[in-house]
Write a protein that binds this ligand. Sequence first.
Ligand SMILES: Nc1nc2c(ncn2[C@@H]2O[C@H](COP(=O)(O)OP(=O)(O)OP(=O)(O)O)[C@@H](O)[C@H]2O)c(=O)[nH]1
Ligand SMILES: [Mg+2]
Length: 663
Amino acid sequence: MTQPDTKNQNLEQHFEAYSEWRSILAEGVTELKTWLQQQELSDTQVNQRLEHVLSTLHDDKLYVAFVAEFSRGKSELINAIFFANFGQRILPSSAGRTTMCPTEVQYEPGSQPSLRLLPIESRKSGTTIAEFRGFPEEWKQIPLETSSPDAMIRALHHITDVKHIPREEAQTMGFHIAEDESQNGMRLAEDGLVEIPMWRHAIINIPHPLLEQGLVILDTPGLNALGAEPELTLNMLPSAHAVLFILAADAGVTKSDIDVWHDHIGVRKDSPNKGRLVVLNKIDGLWDELRNADEVNREIDRQIKETAKHLAIPERNVYPVSAQKALLGKVRKDDKILERSRILALEEALGNEIIPAKREIVRDNISGDMDDVVNAMRLIIAQRLKNAYEHMDELGGLSGKNMDVIEHMMKKVKTDKEIFEKSLQRFQATRSIFSQQTNILYTLLNLKNLDTQIAQTKKDMEISLTTAGLKSAMEKFFKHAHGTMEEAAKQAQEIKTMMEGVYKKFQEEHGLSDIKPGGYSVMRYLREIKRLHDKHDEYMQGVSLVFTEQRALTRKFFESSVVKIRAIYKMANHDADNWLKTIMSPMESQVREHQVQLRRRLESIKRIHQASDTLEERVQELEQIRDAIREQERNLESRVTKVLATLDYDNSRADRAAADTAA
Ligand SMILES: Nc1nc2c(ncn2[C@@H]2O[C@H](COP(=O)(O)OP(=O)(O)OP(=O)(O)O)[C@@H](O)[C@H]2O)c(=O)[nH]1
Ligand SMILES: [Mg+2]
């Protein structure tokens, strides 16, 4: 493969700094994990959480999506930013509709370069693209010869494949058919058939420095095709770390551009503009031999103002570029053209936006796990230290006492031990109530139960002959989802209250540390279900229900709402699993520690009683134990500080570091 273009340095440096951050972090966590094991501080729970942190760091991917109405230059822009090093247009880009299916560009290290295509008919099965990823035999696979750009271009031309099929069949695949030019939808071809994409999804797997570091680029087809694949709208775009929305200077901001913006990007209330860049492409159309540079710039500025106003975003968020000239400039190594294309400002913004945003996400994902692990470790060390002191006090009290008193002490520790063992039995009984309670929670979140509900909804919709019937079946489904989720919240609260009681009792009776079990919140699932519900309502308002559309509507409902709600349930189950584990485990480790401590105390006094050890020897031994625990504490803190410092690594420092290496 040819060397990457040097003009890409900036974006690459951002990526390199990020990758380095990830690997330093992973190193710190691995070190901490090994150390905890050596010190016999960790248990399976702690190990699992650290494993989770490590795998999050390992399979980290960064998604950048390009979205726009057709022909605005998405594919050309991707070619210009990422693939100029091939010396040619790699992704097909031409007038009219070109890219026909969503196309992911990525690289799996060590794999053969290839193009994978998922046939459009796969929509009929109701299976999601995400699920199909696990079945390579369902995809048509074409090897890519990266050494020959021409052969590669030929292979990649498949992304533009279309086919003509009868109207009825297109509708069963969820395509909306446009009745005339003014409507959005698939067009009728001259032969009376409907032209649809041949492929549902494409994955290009090619080696490239940025892709190797986890970048995944998503090129999308124009508006109509976007709407037809709900997974794209509901999953892929919202979860992309950056979305570039492209407008063209020659077309201005049209109604369909605005539609794409509102339906697929918009500005999210919780994080306005974050990772969302607006590109005003094709500014070369404004270059004019008869106008001087100032005049051209004024015209560009005017269009930027206009665009910002239409989309209600700040002007500085609009990046004017010429993708075509940028590609030309890079291929010909003509710095003048490159500069005029203004692509470098966009690349810089992309690096500045996505890397910190991504770091933020990774940090959010990992922080929770790290905090829990660190707190659990601190708690154990604190308890061990407290135990050692108590033990020392107890022995100190024995000094100068006669054998009767010692015997009395021994009896007391024995009684303590017995009482503790009784509470342990009660604790075991609580466990069985705990598992009954968790079963109720799991039943509420059970996927099989949800599937039964889904099947019932499908049946109701199929036999329903009226619009009202369809609507009520769909409403019922949303209500069910919302209802069970709320029930789950109540059940989780009950479990929490119960565990708080158990913790409190142990704390009062045996002086165990004050641990507060964490909660299980279903807020974000409820919010997500509500969002889907709103989106569904909005969609329904715009639909005029003709009988023939019922099947398409049912299909759309299943693809855009049901599949997503099922995914929400899956997440809720996963989170409930983790929560239930964490709610029990601090208690369990405390109980274990306390048992060990009681046994030690008893042993000490026994030995002194039998005169096999002197009091001084025992106290000395305890002092050594205490010092060792303190040393352990210092060690833990310094390791944790190191990991947390890397985790909080602030972005301005990263940028400065990148600037330093560049200088
Ligand atoms: N003058 C000019 N033309 C451009 C520029 N960028 C893209 N084009 C042209 O615009 C047309 C559409 O570009 P594409 O890259 O195919 O656009 P797209 O957004 O990917 O379109 P679809 O794949 O159909 O959704 C092609 O003929 C490009 O050559 C540019 O910066 N300047
Ligand atoms: Mg395209």
